[in-house]
Design a protein around this ligand. Structure first.
Ligand SMILES: Cc1cc2nc3c(=O)[nH]c(=O)nc-3n(C[C@H](O)[C@H](O)[C@H](O)COP(=O)(O)OP(=O)(O)OC[C@H]3O[C@@H](n4cnc5c(N)ncnc54)[C@H](O)[C@@H]3O)c2cc1C
Length: 416
C-alpha cells in the first residue's frame, strides 16, 4: 500500500453513519491503517446516537464480522441469543395459535443462528470502535458528488469540497446520492407498515422468537435482554395495513395494550408497554446498479426488503463484508480503490443474493398476509411438511444465519 493519506487516492468518504456505513468504516480503517483516511459524514452524528426502538435480529454471519472487528464485545451485553423460532398461522381473534413450524436456533453446534440487538447499543458500540480506530466522523451530510479527473469531488453540506478515490453512499432507503448519480430504483410500496415497540412481560422468553402470521401481516415477538417494569422484555414488529396505523397509534396506552395482547397471547403472562410504538411504512426496492463512477451503494441505499424475515440489515452487513474485501484486496496490490475492478467485483458479489432475498421475502409476505382459506390450507400443509423434514430445516437455518453460499472472509470471522 502506498503511504500518502494526504492524496485523494488514499481517501474514502462514506455518506451515512447508520449501522452499515459505520461498520464499513471500521473494517476499512482497521485494515488499511494510517495509509488511508476514512471519513464518515452524517448530520445525525452531531447528537447522541438516535435512541429509536428498533432492534435487529443480527444473523450469525454478521455477528462473526462484528466480533472480528471488536464491535461485538461492546454490544454483547445488550444482545440476546435466539434459541428457538416458532411460526404460527391463525386469524387475529383466534384464542389458540397452533404451532406449524419450529426451528432449533443453532446454525452450528453452540452457535445461535441470530442474536437480537437494540439499535442504540449497536450504534454506540460502533461509534466507540470507529473513534478508537481513527475513523474521521463529520457531523454533516454529503450534499453532492461528481467524478472529476480520476477522483470523486465530494461536497459536504457545510460547503467544503474534498476529493476522494471512492464515495460510498450508505445514506438509507431514500438515498439522495443514488438519485443524483442517476441510478434507477425498481420497487413498490406494500399496503402495510411495521409497528415497532418494546414490550415488558412477566415470564422469561427463554430466547424464543415467535412469528404469528395474521391476515394483516406477520406479528413477530423477538427476545430482548431482561429489564423493564415486569423483569423481561421482547421487541415486537407488528405488521398492519397502513390505513389502520394512525388510529392504532392514537389509542391511549391501555387500549393499545389490549390490541397488542390480542396478538401477543398470554404465554408470557402479564404484559406492559415499555415504549411508545413507532411505525415504518414498508416497501421493496433494489437499485438498478449498485455502483456508479467512483460510487458504491451500501445497505438500504442499494436495497430495501420486507422485514418478514428480519434480513434487511443483514443484507447491508453482507454488502459491507463484500465491499471491504474488494477495496482491501485492491489496496494491497497498490490498485485504485475506487476503480472499476473493485466496483465490478462488489456488484457481482452482491446482486444475486440481494435480489434472491428480496423475492423470497416478497413472496412470503404475499403468501401469508391474507385471509384466503384455500391459501391458508396450502401454506399450512407446506409448513407441516417442512416441520417433518429436519434436513430442509437445517438448510433454512443456515440461510437465515447468512452462512449459505460463497461467504466473504469477514462473515466467516476472519480478518481481511
Ligand atoms: C419494522 C422494521 C423492522 C426491521 N427489522 C430488522 C431485523 O430484525 N433485522 C435486520 O437485519 N433488519 C431489519 N430491518 C431493516 C433495517 O432496519 C435496515 O435495513 C437498516 O437499518 C439499514 O441500515 P443502513 O445503515 O443501510 O441505513 P440507515 O439506518 O437508514 O442509515 C442511513 C444514514 O444515512 C444518513 N444520511 C441520509 N442522507 C445523508 C446524506 N446526504 N449524507 C450523509 N448521511 C446521510 C441518515 O442520517 C442515516 O443515519 C427492519 C426494518 C423495519 C422497517
Amino acid at each position: 500500500m502506498t503511504q500518502n493519506p494526504g492524496s485523494a487516492s488514499q481517501r474514502i468518504v462514506i455518506a451515512g453513519g447508520g449501522v452499515a456505513g459505520l461498520t464499513l468504516a471500521v473494517a476499512l480503517k482497521q485494515t488499511l491503517g494510517e495509509s488511508f483516511r476514512v471519513i464518515v459524514a452524517d448530520p445525525t452524528l452531531a447528537g447522541r446516537p438516535r435512541a429509536d426502538d428498533r432492534a435487529y435480529a443480527v444473523a450469525a454471519a454478521a455477528r462473526n464480522m462484528l466480533e472480528a472487528l471488536g464491535i461485538w464485545r461492546l454490544a454483547e451485553a445488550a444482545a440476546t441469543p435466539m434459541t428457538e423460532m416458532i411460526i404460527t398461522d391463525s386469524r387475529t381473534p383466534d384464542l389458540v395459535r397452533p404451532v406449524f413450524l419450529s426451528f432449533d436456533g443453532e446454525a452450528l453446534p453452540g452457535q445461535p443462528f441470530a442474536h437480537m440487538v437494540e439499535n442504540g447499543a449497536l450504534v454506540a458500540a460502533l461509534l466507540q470502535v470507529a473513534r478508537a480506530n481513527g475513523v474521521e466522523l463529520r457531523a454533516e451530510g454529503v450534499r453532492s458528488a461528481a467524478e472529476d479527473d480520476g477522483a470523486i469531488a465530494v461536497v459536504f453540506s457545510g460547503g467544503e469540497k474534498l476529493d476522494a478515490a471512492l464515495l460510498v453512499a450508505a445514506d438509507g432507503a431514500r438515498s439522495k446520492l443514488r438519485e443524483q448519480a442517476g441510478i434507477g430504483w425498481v420497487g413498490w410500496s406494500y399496503p402495510q407498515s411495521g409497528i415497532v415497540a418494546t414490550i415488558g412481560h412477566e415470564r422469561p422468553h427463554e430466547g424464543r422468537a415467535v412469528e404469528h402470521f395474521l391476515p394483516s401481516g406477520p406479528f413477530a415477538i423477538l427476545p430482548l435482554a431482561d429489564g423493564g417494569k415486569l423483569g423481561h422484555r421482547s421487541s415486537i414488529v407488528w405488521t398492519e395495513r397502513s390505513e389502520n396505523i394512525a388510529a392504532l397509534l392514537a389509542l391511549d396506552e391501555s387500549d393499545l395494550l389490549l390490541e397488542v395482547e390480542r396478538r401477543f397471547g398470554l404465554e408470557l403472562g402479564e404484559i406492559s408497554m415499555e415504549s411508545r410504538p413507532g411505525a415504518y411504512p414498508l416497501s421493496f426496492g433494489v437499485a438498478r446498479r449498485f455502483v456508479g463512477e467512483r460510487l458504491a451503494l451500501l445497505g438500504d441505499a442499494a436495497h430495501v426488503i420486507h422485514p418478514i424475515a428480519g434480513q434487511g440489515l443483514n443484507l447491508g452487513l453482507k454488502d459491507v463484508a463484500a465491499l471491504a474485501e474488494a477495496i482491501v484486496d485492491a489496496a494491497r496490490l497498490g490498485l485504485d480503490v475506487g476503480g472499476s475492478e473493485v466496483l465490478e467485483a462488489y456488484e457481482k458479489g452482491r446482486r444475486f443474493d440481494t435480489v434472491a432475498m428480496g423475492i423470497v421475502t416478497d413472496g412470503l409476505n404475499r403468501l401469508f398476509s391474507n385471509d384466503s382459506t384455500p391459501l391458508r390450507l396450502a401454506r399450512d400443509l407446506g409448513l407441516g411438511l417442512v416441520e417433518r423434514m429436519p434436513g430442509l430445516k437445517r438448510v433454512f437455518i443456515r440461510e437465515a444465519a447468512g452462512l449459505a453460499g460463497p461467504t466473504p472472509r469477514l462473515l466467516k470471522g476472519e480478518m481481511l
